[in-house]
Design a binder for this molecule. Structure first.
Ligand code: SF4
Length: 444
């Protein structure tokens, strides 16, 4: 049997797509082996979000070539899309496919096996207006079910290369999203995470359908679905209609990831983010009125070019004001090819580092304060795996995204389990098992 091995770099979308590509190989009768094993075909799904992403991708490609110089080495993903020439130059690379036309990968491999010529299958992504369907009815690691609902982004923030590697916004057909969701639920997943490049921009390229409607349809038409999580939503996408859906929903979890990037209006302008802090805050206040228990997580970039101490303090104050349940803090990193990489006034690394530390400290404090509200409360957790340090302890997330550790058994993995939080903390909350929710109990 012909063997194939995969390595995925980068984000959830890439992980999703590797599973989609694997399904195609599986249908052709390939056997999947570990990336460290000898394989006939290696597929490396690359990332380009930072310059380090490129570097890491190149290292992994070389590793595959060393492992089996006779293998067909096929490189795909964001780095492949933006720099196919650079990748083709790496000795041993046979095929490059970008972020589209993954369906042609196996055909390219067969062609290569016949002619032994390198194939560059990358074409202009900006011309693509159609979502490329990929069937992912289950996941190899069986932990979480991501469901990709859209591709691309029209925003062109000045620090971000992604629109160049993913193209413009395209939404998956609603009927295909619903079909895929049903297959995932039938495969045993209780929670579905809606994923994409600009996830809640879903529907912006459609006439009579939008993100709120998709949420409603998932809730009403996917039989047996228990939890819906939105991987990320911009403040501008929290429309009154979305708030109404969330308010009524019994399935969309009370957790939203709402990227902030900066709490200073002047920095937001330089980032070309399309909102002010005032607008962002108003949307949050509105949704908090409907969902007072909502957990809000976010991303912040620290040390954007020209960021003064005053602007940084504006971010600190804004973060204090909002009260996040978790924050991902990134030091600004120059991504070649973006406008921000060419801006004057780059902030020096030491200052960046100090600001990152300050913000992380504040964020850790807020995360703990949020978690503390749930001490002695019972929350519903979906355990994903065993803890590496504590024997017989499972780890999973509650609906409001608390990371909970408790003593449990293997059969609980993937189920909805009621757990009492005994000691709040960050990043872990300790708890004790109460009971597994069966399907009847979940209906109530
Ligand atoms: S919204 Fe901005 S940061 Fe997000 S993918 Fe689009 S361009 Fe990149």
């Amino acid at each position: 049997m012909t063997t194939v091995a995969f390595h995925t770099l980068g984000c959830k979308v890439n992980q999703y797509e590797t599973e989609g590509i694997w399904q195609k190989f599986k249908n052709e009768g390939y056997e999947r082996v570990d990336f460290d094993h000898h394989a006939d075909v290696y597929v490396i799904n690359t990332c380009t979000v930072t310059n380090t992403g490129d570097k890491k991708s190149r290292q992994v490609i070389r590793r595959a070539v060393r492992k089996n110089p006779e293998a067909v080495v096929c490189v795909t993903g964001c780095y492949a899309q933006t720099s196919p020439g650079e990748i083709m130059e790496i000795p041993g690379v046979d095929i490059v496919v970008g972020t589209q036309d993954r369906g042609k990968m196996i055909q390219h491999i067969e062609e290569h096996q016949e002619h032994r010529m390198p194939i560059n299958g990358v074409s202009n992504i900006m011309k693509n207006r159609v979502f490329e369907e990929m069937d992912v009815p289950e996941f190899s690691d069986r932990t979480r079910a991501n469901l990709k609902i859209q591709e691309g982004c029209n925003n062109f923030c000045t620090f971000c290369i992604i629109p160049w590697s993913r193209g413009l916004l395209r939404s998956r057909k609603p009927e295909n999203v619903l079909d895929q969701a049903q297959q995932l639920v039938d495969a045993g997943y209780k929670e579905i995470v809606l994923t994409g490049i600009h996830t809640a921009g879903y529907g912006e390229d459609m006439k009579d359908y939008n993100f709120a409607q998709l949420l409603r349809d998932l809730e009403n038409h996917v039989e047996g679905l228990k939890r819906i999580r939105i991987s990320s939503i911009e403040a501008s996408q929290i429309t009154d209609e979305v708030i109404e859906v969330l308010d009524r929903s019994t399935k969309v979890v009370p957790h939203l990831h709402i990227p902030l990037q900066s709490g200073s209006n002047t920095v937001l302008e330089r980032m070309r983010r399309k909102y002010s802090t005032d607008f962002y805050k108003k949307r949050i206040e509105k949704i908090q009125q409907a969902l007072p228990e909502l957990a809000i997580t976010s991303d912040v970039i620290v040390g954007f070019p020209g960021e003064t101490e005053e602007e940084f303090q504006e971010t600190m104050n804004f973060v204090r004001d909002i009260g996040y349940s978790e924050l991902h803090v990134f030091p600004f990193s120059k991504r070649t090819g973006t406008p921000a990489a060419r801006m004057d006034d780059q902030v020096n690394d030491q200052v960046k580092h100090q600001r990152v530390q300050q913000l992380i400290e504040l964020s850790n404090h807020q995360a703990y304060e949020y978690a503390k509200r749930y001490e002695d409360e019972v929350v519903e957790v979906i355990p994903e795996e065993f803890d590496q340090e504590y024997p017989n302890h499972l780890i999973g997330y509650s609906d409001n995204y608390l990371k909970v550790r408790f003593e449990g058994t293997k059969d609980m993995i993937g189920q909805i389990v009621r757990v009492k939080i005994t000691k709040a903390g960050y990043p872990y909350n300790d708890g004790t098992f109460v009971r597994v929710m069966d399907d009847e109990a979940l209906k109530i």
